[in-house]
Design a protein around this ligand. Structure first.
Ligand code: NAI
Length: 241
């Protein structure tokens, strides 16, 4: 145990979550990566000098057990970044119940599971902490083919504001970032035509990077944002103004 801040990053094995882990590590935090991909989590953790736990964020029992282990090892949790998320796209008419449930379970219930465990077991007791949730611009605008995903992200935004209101008096801040179109595995799977269409609607005419999202996360997670809570920072190259 030491006096460094402990930051827990869900979905930290790759993509935006890995970029956030790197950034917070450079800022002097102890990083704990949570992921379901053992191979990628162990290699990211080794690369960063971080620890990792294999845990599906949608499983409340596993989340509680994992949060207990982190507190046992690190004493407390100062920063929680809820980043784990998936897509399972289909037009509403064709969307299967399983597509809906899986996306809501991981993207929305997963955030609830981690926030409630970390608030209860660490932040409320120590009367401090910051939480940053990764939403998405489509949680504000909606997006054809993403009824499940956009509803989950709209839910994350409302959950962020409620958690902020319920925990502000205990010295805890809760904010969200809403990225637009960021270069990661998630977007690499999109067909070229969809990518071109997206780019046409981005005034800055390029995709964002995980590092650019991580910079906003670092700001919201650390003291520079000490009077900001319940907010959503949009990072989308000007797509939605
Ligand atoms: P990614 O697919 O590259 O990485 C997601 C990570 O989450 C992976 O390491 C994966 O193994 C992990 N993960 C998936 N399901 C999990 C579960 N049940 N429990 C624990 N970990 C799990 O995705 P990317 O692009 O880095 O996305 C990160 C977050 O950013 C997601 O919440 C996504 O919705 C959000 N986002 C991404 C955008 C983009 O354009 N890439 C735009 C807006 C938001």
């Amino acid at each position: 145990m030491n006096d460094k801040k402990t930051a827990v990053v869900t979905g930290g094995a790759m993509g935006i979550g890995k970029a956030i882990s790197e950034r917070l590590k450079k800022a002097g935090c102890n990083i704990v990566i949570i992921d379901v991909d053992e191979e990628k989590a162990s290699s990211a953790a080794a690369q960063l000098g971080a620890s990792y736990h294999i845990c599906d964020v949608s499983n409340p029992a596993k989340v509680n057990e994992t949060v207990d282990k982190i507190i046992e090892n690190n004493g407390k949790i100062d920063i929680l970044i809820n980043n784990a998320g998936i897509t399972s796209d289909a037009l509403l008419m064709r969307m299967k119940e399983n597509d809906w449930d899986r996306v809501i379970d991981i993207n929305l219930k997963g955030v609830f599971n981690f926030i409630s465990a970390v608030l209860k077991k660490s932040m409320m007791r120590q009367r401090s902490g910051t939480i940053v949730n990764i939403a998405s611009i489509v949680g504000i605008t909606g997006n054809p083919g993403q009824a499940n995903y956009s509803a989950s992200k709209a839910g994350v935004i409302a959950l962020t504001k409620t958690a902020a209101k319920e925990s502000a008096s205990r010295g805890i801040r809760v904010n969200a970032v809403a990225p637009g179109f960021i270069e990661t595995r998630m977007t690499s799977e999109l067909p070229d035509k969809v990518k071109e269409e997206f780019l046409r609607n981005i005034p800055m005419n390029r995709m964002g990077t995980g590092e650019e999202v991580a910079a906003a996360d670092e700001f919201l997670a650390l003291e520079k944002s000490s009077y900001i809570t319940g907010q959503v920072i949009i990072l989308d190259g000007g797509m939605v103004m």
